[in-house]
Design a protein around this ligand. Structure first.
Ligand code: HEC
Length: 136
């Protein structure tokens, strides 16, 4: 009576173990189709070109700022979807705290300060783009 019940249970658990074993042996890979190309609206792009690209583009001299945020990579498919979303959220955060462009740089280049309209335009775009990509 008992064995009748235990045997199928045993078979099921062996099958289960086999399945999880084989799936843990699946090769790991990076999905290169995860490419996202973003078309930054012209009015937003104009501000970024003028006030951010000096430090945040492929041509930027400062390695750190370029590594942290590169608008060329953000728009041309060099960042994964996840990275694009996290960078967009960082933009909103940085501009919300008035942290970009950096104060030190603004002391020498006051014309590069974002007006509140410009800051809002970039933030609104970044948060809208991020929400859309998160499927919100
Ligand atoms: C003078 C150079 C300079 C300019 C101009 C500048 N940034 Fe930055 N930015 C930096 C540096 C340096 C960092 C890295 C700060 C750190 O991590 O200490 C940074 C970091 C950031 C980050 C954070 C990225 C991350 O993942 O942590 C964002 C977002 C950002 N900048 C957005 C902007 C935007 C938007 C503009 C234009 C309005 C701008 N920056 C203009 C130098 C600059």
């Amino acid at each position: 009576m008992k064995i009748k019940f235990i045997l199928p249970l045993f078979v099921v658990s062996v099958l289960f173990a086999l399945v999880s074993f084989t799936s843990s042996l699946d090769p790991q890979y990076i999905d290169i189709s995860d490419v996202v190309i973003i078309d930054i609206p012209e009015n937003v792009k104009a501000i970024i070109d003028n006030k951010c690209m000096e430090c945040h583009s492929n041509e930027a001299k400062n390695g750190k700022s370029k590594m942290k945020m590169n608008f060329d990579k953000l728009s041309n498919g060099d960042y994964s979807t996840g990275k694009v979303i996290s960078k967009l959220d960082k933009i909103v955060k940085m501009l919300g705290k008035d942290k970009m462009p950096p104060e030190k740089f603004l002391a020498k280049n006051p014309d590069k300060k974002l007006s509140s309209e410009e800051s809002k335009l970039i933030s609104d775009w970044a948060s809208g783009q991020s929400s859309m990509m998160k499927g919100e």
